[in-house]
Unconditional design. Structure first.
Length: 434
């Protein structure tokens, strides 16, 4: 029994897959058929001739229409009824065919058909408002029978046969045509994929939705891609500006001099043996530009002291002090002029009726006797905070440390792509880890 049930379930799945396959192919073929019919109708209109035989014109002449007699009859009916409005009659049909071929359903098909017909009739009325040229072969206007009936019928009913009122009626018909045809093409409806596609993509969407629920708080108020790109560009510019400023600040305190500084050594107490013959060196160019030009590179002078056993030791180049990230506390405020005036009062009568209360009424602020954290300790805390943030997957750099009497503020510059909400949500965990 288990084997038979398993085989039945596989057959059901296979039948569902086949049903979806044939449904898609049927929709694509329907869309292709609509596009082909619309193009055929457009070709018949493009090659329409009033001299072709049709239901309103009997002649034994040759048919000029590319679709033959049937195309001539269809084109003549379209031009007689809609006139130039027959051109926009084709556009929604082509759009529907392309939507069906792209696996999109035609939402609210009855409403679309109604808007299609209303928009086509309004477009024919707009065409009838235009003056017909002498080469127009039909007795009706450019909008055909439908356009003339709608336009002149409304004008006669309202009594606005000419002037601004007639122009307003034409503009109203133009607005109706644009809105109705746009909605008929489906541009105003929400995009909806096929049901079969929804059934196939449902497990994937559910898994993605379940995976995204873990980061719901982070992505709830995410901005658009344009704002994100602009923010990344500004962040990169500010990071580059801050790095350049720090480099310039590091070079200001101490200028590094090229070359080496000679550290003289004490001369050796033991003289060299008199039997040793010392070589004589010729004049040689300076090896480094940083050496003093007054140095003597000539031959050996016996009158001078003999060479020491140990060469002169050269001190290595000293690098400038590292730039501290700790911001020094603000300086104490300077006493104001009023305090100096009250300390030395004037015995002259200023003639003022109101006298300000003395500043001596205010008590002096209590001095902070707490432990003061050294800049080295603050630097260590900043480095520890950076490593802790990296352990939590947050990359960034502590650029400034603002020590205070109660709270020390560490200024973090996150790396591009790091969300601030991520750092804020990890505040308690980071505090416990440190």
């Amino acid at each position: 029994m288990r084997t038979s049930r398993h085989s039945l379930s596989q057959a059901d799945e296979l039948s569902d897959a086949m049903r979806r396959f044939f449904a898609r192919r049927a929709a694509e073929m329907s869309g292709l058929g609509l596009v082909a019919l619309a193009l055929a109708f457009g070709l018949a209109l493009a090659t329409w001739s009033v001299e072709d035989p049709s239901l309103t014109h009997a002649t034994n002449g040759p048919v000029k229409n590319l679709l033959g007699p049937l195309g001539a009859v269809i084109a003549d009916l379209g031009m007689q009824i809609l006139g130039m409005g027959a051109i926009v009659f084709v556009v929604p049909v082509v759009i529907w065919g392309l939507q069906l071929m792209g696996r999109r359903r035609l939402e609210r098909l009855a409403l679309r058909i109604g808007l299609w017909l209303a928009g086509t009739a309004a477009a024919a009325a707009v065409a009838s408002a235009m003056p017909a040229t002498t080469s127009w072969p039909l007795p009706s206007g450019l909008g055909g029978v439908v356009g003339d009936g709608l336009l002149f019928g409304l004008r006669s009913t309202l009594g606005l046969t000419s002037g601004p009122g007639a122009a307003i009626i034409t503009l109203v018909y133009a607005g109706i045509a644009i809105l109705a045809l746009t909605a008929a093409c489906g541009f105003g409806f929400p995009e909806t994929a096929d049901d079969d596609d929804d059934e196939e993509l449902a497990p994937r969407r559910s898994s993605r939705r379940a995976h995204a629920d873990d980061f719901e708080d982070d992505g709830a108020d995410e901005p658009g891609w344009g704002i994100v790109s602009l923010g990344a560009l500004v962040h990169g510019f500010m990071t580059l500006k801050s790095a350049i400023a720090r480099r310039l600040a590091a070079r200001r305190p101490a200028q590094v001099h090229a070359g080496f500084q000679a550290a003289p050594q004490a001369p050796s107490a033991a003289p060299r043996a008199a039997s040793r013959r010392e070589p004589r060196f010729e004049q040689a160019p300076a090896a480094h530009d940083a050496f003093d030009g007054a140095a003597d590179f000539g031959g050996y002078d016996p009158a001078e002291a003999p060479f020491a056993d140990e060469d002169e030791a050269y001190a290595p180049r000293t690098a400038g002090p590292a730039v501290s990230r700790v911001v020094p506390p603000p300086a104490a405020p300077k006493p104001g002029k009023r305090l100096a005036r009250e300390a030395q009062p004037s015995f002259l009568d200023d003639g003022e009726d109101y006298q300000l209360p003395p500043l001596a009424l205010l008590a002096e602020p209590k001095k902070n006797n707490g432990a003061v954290i050294s800049p080295e300790a603050l630097e260590q805390n900043a480095a520890l905070l950076e490593s802790t943030l990296e352990d939590f997957g947050v990359k960034g750099e502590i650029i400034n440390v603002h020590p205070g009497p109660v709270v020390t503020l560490y200024e973090l510059e996150p790396a591009p792509g790091t969300k601030s909400s991520r750092v804020i949500s990890l505040a308690d965990d980071i505090a416990r880890s440190m």
